[in-house]
Write a protein that binds this ligand. Structure first.
Ligand SMILES: Cc1cc2nc3c(=O)[nH]c(=O)nc-3n(C[C@H](O)[C@H](O)[C@H](O)COP(=O)(O)OP(=O)(O)OC[C@H]3O[C@@H](n4cnc5c(N)ncnc54)[C@H](O)[C@@H]3O)c2cc1C
Length: 389
């Protein structure tokens, strides 16, 4: 483990640059702040406002000094979190955490970097039928009951997008990863950070519900596994204890005779609404299929509109037994049920009534796309301000 003391400046912090003079280039927020290296500390008497020389004062956007711990094992990391308590936070890509710190909403003086922890950066397969792990016969990509895809907490969205294993086992996860945030966030933002932050506007938390996701948590007391639906409790709230780390998320790939779609809508950086739909048929899906028309299992998850993403169980029930060739009535009924079941609030993304209306529209669209894919025909995928995966 190596601990490093850090101080920081951020773009737009004129004062820091001015004081640093010729050593300005060294003031990156992750460089050691050794004496004489040009590191900048916010003076205690000037912490409330960052005053530019002209114009009105703007909110302070300077990171306060912190110590960065870089453990290599989960035990070490958890021990640090337990010892440092509320003065510490797990740190992965920092896309959420550093923003919160710059805004002064979080003020940990110790960051515990999880990216070096062994296993946290890996994607693999795991059998949950027995202790031996995946057999070589199933490890290559064929769908097999009982084998789960494990994505380490420190795996970035970009790595998910590029993973051949994800593409083979849970292709929709790879496609959705391609549409998370922007490329800068995807390059450093992690799956674990996304789930642990529990922002209600999460693509991953929504999609993963349809893959029977569970999370693995590790702490000084050992490891435990929790369904994702229980882990995320509400906006920015999870079941994670303060000395626990999210180690990985496990996904159960759909059976081969499943067709699926993910549709998200939004006009802001983060999605306003997201719907994941998966339809399992009684026979093969896709081009060249024979037979397989009835829906034997349906999964629908709605995210971003309520306090947390939810499966729409009643909507799923009304889809079972329906024919994908003639899904319109069942899809309409299911989308109305899904809309009635969400718990939206009025906020900057729209009014509760608007969101409810949009849920009905987008559940219907997602089901239509999944049904078209099941039948092997090209679905309509162009909708204003929407992304289809
Ligand atoms: C501009 C922007 C646009 C975005 N758009 C989208 C979008 O379209 N869809 C979407 O789904 N998401 C979106 N996001 C969210 C993005 O996916 C997350 O910011 C990112 O995945 C968080 O990961 P991180 O590694 O940066 O987390 P950090 O910022 O490092 O951490 C976030 C939180 O999780 C905790 N944490 C991190 N790792 C662990 C761990 N292993 N165990 C326990 N706690 C941990 C930290 O303490 C912190 O509280 C967007 C974010 C931004 C900034």
């Amino acid at each position: 483990m190596d601990d490093q003391r850090h101080a920081a400046r951020v773009p737009g912090d004129d004062r820091a640059g001015a004081r640093a003079g010729p050593r300005r280039d060294r003031l990156h927020h992750l460089q050691p702040a050794a004496r004489g290296e040009g590191a900048y500390r916010v003076p205690p008497d000037d912490r409330r406002r960052d005053r530019p020389s002209r114009g009105r004062a703007r909110p302070l956007t300077v990171l306060r000094p912190f110590t960065l711990h870089r453990p290599e094992t989960a035990d070490e990391a958890c021990a640090l979190l337990a010892r440092l308590g509320e003065d510490s936070a797990a740190y992965a890509g920092g896309t959420e955490l550093l923003l919160m710190m710059k805004l002064g909403l979080l003020r940990p003086r110790h960051l515990v970097d999880v990216k070096r922890i062994r296993g946290f950066g890996e994607i693999g397969l795991e059998s949950h039928l027995g202790p031996r792990g995946p057999s070589p016969a199933t490890a290559g990509g064929a769908n097999s009951e009982g084998t789960r895809l494990t994505i380490g907490a420190a795996v970035t969205h970009r790595a998910v997008e590029r993973s051949a294993l994800v593409g083979a086992r849970c292709p929709l996860v790879g496609s959705v990863a391609r549409h998370v945030a922007n490329v800068r966030v995807r390059n450093v933002g992690t799956v674990g950070g996304n789930l642990a932050f529990a922002d209600p506007h999460s693509d991953l938390a929504t999609l993963f519900l349809t893959l029977a996701a569970s999370v693995e948590l590790v702490s000084p007391r050992g490891r435990r596994e929790l369904p994702l639906a229980d882990f995320v409790r509400g906006p920015w709230e999870t079941a994670r204890a303060s000395d626990e780390l999210l180690a990985a998320v496990r996904l159960t790939p759909w059976a081969g005779d499943t067709a699926a779609a993910y549709v998200k809508f939004g006009v802001h950086e983060r999605p306003t609404l997201a719907v994941a739909a998966a339809l399992r048929l009684d026979g093969p899906v896709g081009a060249g299929r024979r037979g397989g028309d009835r829906i034997v299992d349906a999964r629908v998850a709605v995210g971003c509109v309520g306090p947390k993403p939810e499966r729409a169980a009643a909507a799923e029930a009304c889809l079972r037994g329906a024919s994908v060739a003639d899904l319109e009535d069942a899809a309409r009924a299911a989308s109305d049920i899904a809309a009635a079941g969400v718990d939206p609030a009025d906020d900057l993304y729209g009014s509760a009534d608007y969101k409810r209306e949009m849920v009905a529209v987008f559940v219907r669209r997602a089901l239509g796309i999944a049904a078209a894919r099941a039948r092997g025909v090209a679905p309509a995928t162009r909708f204003p301000h929407a992304v289809v995966a």
